[in-house]
Design a protein around this ligand. Sequence first.
Ligand SMILES: [Zn+2]
Length: 260
Amino acid sequence: MGHLAPEIDEDPPVLNRLPILLLLTAVVTGCAHRGPVVSNVQSPAALLRAAAANTAVVDDDDAVMAGVNLLGPAPQGVLVKAHAGLRAGAAPKPAIISMPSPNKNDRPGDGKIDTLIMHHTSSAASAERIGGFFSKKESKVSAHFTVGKDGHIVQSVDEAQSAWHAGVSSFDGRANVNGFSIGIEMCNVGDGADPYTDDQYKALGQLVAYILTNYNIKWARVTGHKDVALPKGRKDDPSLNFSYARFKQEVLAVDPHAGM
Ligand SMILES: [Zn+2]
């Protein structure tokens, strides 16, 4: 991170604002923050620019998370290469970055998985940063997979276990959707304007072809968080500009039998 310390300064840094300042000053040794305050920083690149400009980053949780992941201990993801699926003839599992989360349960009952729930993250953070957030017990949330705008896929919870993504929920007359579903988070601000990228749709195609063919999940049981969350209206993800048509096209390009 040496390139983040354009000015070495032995003056006591300002430490009375947020923990991010502690992190910045602990890592970027001796770097005092005198520039304008930057708030609502939403990406690692923006944080790097802010740090390079010798400014302080304060005022939103996302910036704090960026600081933790960039300047604190890096989230320890382990690359797991693509490999064959669980069932003969099913689509292979794409490469994933494994970042295990403690926020999970054993699946109830027979443990059968028959539903896929799509989410957006409501954040501009990368999949790795979201995975880092899920890996912390205090976050009390998780999803099985998070798909970044760059096409990176982070896996936080093994499919055999329930992830904590849907909360109070019901689908097709059954409560506790987490118990019988797989949850995918798509990195997106969720304002209806932030685009889902080509890389993201392609990664989703690989991942969801794997999920649908290996767990024999039908298209009728691929739905959004907003469609299962209780009370109705509690959630709005995925945002309206997520194209289920494009998504389905990418999945079927990988395996034309997926979800059928
Ligand atoms: Zn959601």
